[in-house]
Design a protein around this ligand. Sequence first.
Ligand SMILES: C[S@@+](CC[C@H](N)C(=O)[O-])C[C@H]1O[C@@H](n2cnc3c(N)ncnc32)[C@H](O)[C@@H]1O
Length: 216
Amino acid sequence: MAADIPPLFAPAVREYVDEYLVEDEVLTLARQRGGQLGCTPVGATGGAALSFLAAAVQAKAVVEVGTGAGTSGIWLLRGMVADGVLTSIDLQPEHQRAARQAFAAAGFPAGRTRLIHGEALDVLPRLTDGGYDLVFVDALKTEYPKYLEEGVRLLRPGGVIAFDNVLWNGRVADPEDQDTATEALREVARLAREDDRLVPVLLPVGDGLLVAAKRP
Ligand SMILES: C[S@@+](CC[C@H](N)C(=O)[O-])C[C@H]1O[C@@H](n2cnc3c(N)ncnc32)[C@H](O)[C@@H]1O
């Protein structure tokens, strides 16, 4: 009976989803380190979605905007092809030092990662057009609309772009919330939906994952 079906976000349903795939010790340590550094790493469900996306597009080249302490990077690397390279951008050297350690602990040699220190909007224009299979965005929320334009340029046809935190703990659905970050998250979702080059979907995974494929 429909009345007995719990709503999508009921705690029991969330728990069921979150227990489907769990992180190993390397990921737990990376996530804890990210928390200590003050950035919010992806959880296991969001991370598993990243591994899935990297595997689905057979990613050989990935750009990550917001390295943090390497949690999402490990999930991405685990889905990529064996010799694939993760290019990851962050403005905090300390975060990237922690990420480097996490990648080594997860068994990835230095040649599998290219860590670029800097402001994302300075670094992204220097990367090669059409040179990437997957772009994952998890940095400054107010810059998400600009990362969309840069990211689509970097993708090869058939490539995929993904944005984390697009539900913003539910704040995007509150019309009273007109904070600049909240507005930017609504804006990037709208831009992806209205962009003829893209096929988007908004997934209620983790804190919300906006995923869009670039049409061939
Ligand atoms: C939420 S954390 C990333 C977490 C990481 N994706 C993970 O799941 O492990 C956001 C990161 O973006 C970085 N960041 C914030 N603004 C940035 C900017 N404008 N350019 C580059 N990096 C930025 C922060 O230093 C921080 O490490």
